[in-house]
Write a protein that binds this ligand. Structure first.
Ligand SMILES: [Fe+2]
Ligand SMILES: [Fe+2]
Length: 135
């Protein structure tokens, strides 16, 4: 079963950003699938690393746009991004130390965080970016 289904309410109608969000969703779904299949530790570790890396790239791209166009909620939004990266880094550390992680806890966190963030915080910059012609 797929963890996160891409639904229309996740579309911000800014193609460059929607594409990155879709990629994040598919990475989380893939991670979830491998946890369920109890895939080997090396692979799970790599998927966590890849998710963290791609998340960092995506956040940096959004933040560049905030800086370029003077998004008024930039500071609070960047803080949310940083908190998430900290959380994923913590997850990675725990995993690398061989601590048992409840997959349901992690995957629910990733799912809820990403979908709520897109529909909440990210939705808040759409008008501004569209008015600047970002597509
Ligand atoms: Fe985003
Ligand atoms: Fe964001």
């Amino acid at each position: 079963m797929t963890l996160i289904k891409w639904t229309d309410d996740l579309n911000l109608n800014i193609r460059s950003i929607d594409d990155q969000h879709r990629k994040l969703v598919s990475m989380i779904n893939n991670f979830y699938m491998h946890l369920q299949q109890k895939s080997n530790k090396e692979l799970i570790g790599k998927l966590i690393r890849d998710m963290k890396e791609y998340t960092t790239v995506h956040f940096a791209d959004e933040e560049k746009l905030f800086d370029r166009y003077g998004f008024h909620e930039s500071a609070a939004h960047k803080k949310k991004h940083q908190d998430f990266v900290d959380k994923v880094t913590d997850l990675e550390d725990r995993f690398n130390k061989g601590k048992l992680i409840l997959s349901i806890e992690i995957t629910n966190f990733l799912k809820t965080w990403l979908t709520e963030h897109i529909k909440g915080a990210d939705a808040g910059y759409v008008k501004l970016l569209q008015s600047k012609g970002v597509i």
